[in-house]
Design a binder for this molecule. Structure first.
Ligand code: NI
Ligand code: MN
Length: 223
């Protein structure tokens, strides 16, 4: 059984009981963290950019577990320089791993590391396709991504202020055409306070695509 566990903010753990992948492991200092960095067991860490609410505990987790950090070349340089095992990729690149493949996608946002660019990830995990958008504004090429990949689960920021907000995220869903949507990057702090139930209603009424609102700590079985 493949599962997606929400650990708060933009942090998710994707697992099939053999391989585990953690996205944006911001746990220390995350007021909604549903796990401690010391308790994470995984083989891959996928940080979307170097802002602390995404890079977070990447180095700590990767060094303790021996997990490989997969991200942009600049992020790999940053983490490799601190002793992590890394695999550098860049925007538009796709690569096979033992669990499936990773495609690094555009994300319109600061990198938090000199010379870099924020990214998102499409992860094909044993045939289930998960798109973690990272921090991003709405952008029209999400339509292209929706054509290139048959996305099962789209993990999208809805917090506004730093990323797209709920109304723009509805437009993103319309372009990506995933089977399911999971909102993220909201309610961690007052500046990104949102009601995910309003977003859920808007997406489901307008597009008929189910939105899974996960509480930090909740585990979703992947269909
Ligand atoms: Ni950011
Ligand atoms: Mn962020």
């Amino acid at each position: 059984m493949k599962t997606l566990k929400y650990l708060g903010h933009s942090c998710f753990l994707l697992s099939d009981g053999r391989t585990s992948i953690i996205f944006d492991p911001f746990l220390t200092d995350n007021p909604n963290a549903a796990a401690a960095a010391a308790d994470i067991d995984c083989q891959y860490v996928l940080p979307s950019h170097a802002h602390n609410d995404h890079l977070g505990d990447t180095v700590k987790i990767a060094k303790r577990t021996g997990a490989t950090v997969v991200s942009t070349a600049e992020m790999s340089g940053l983490c490799g320089g601190q002793g992590c095992k890394t695999h550098a990729m860049h925007l538009g690149g796709k690569r096979a791993f033992d669990f499936g493949y990773v495609r690094l996608t555009l994300a319109f946002h600061g990198a938090g590391v000199p010379g870099g660019h924020a990214c998102g990830f499409v992860v094909n995990f044993g045939g289930t396709t998960v798109y973690h958008a990272g921090d991003t504004s709405l952008f029209g090429d999400m339509a292209l991504l929706g054509r290139l990949e048959k996305i099962d689960y789209a993990l999208l920021p809805i917090g506004d202020n730093f990323t797209m907000g709920p109304a723009d995220a509805v437009e993103a869903v319309a372009m990506l055409k995933p089977r399911f949507v999971v909102p993220m990057h909201y309610n961690t702090w007052p500046v990104i306070a949102q009601n995910p139930e309003d977003f859920k209603r808007d997406v489901e009424e307008r597009l008929g695509i189910p939105v899974l609102v996960l509480k930090p700590g909740a585990t979703q079985d992947l269909a």
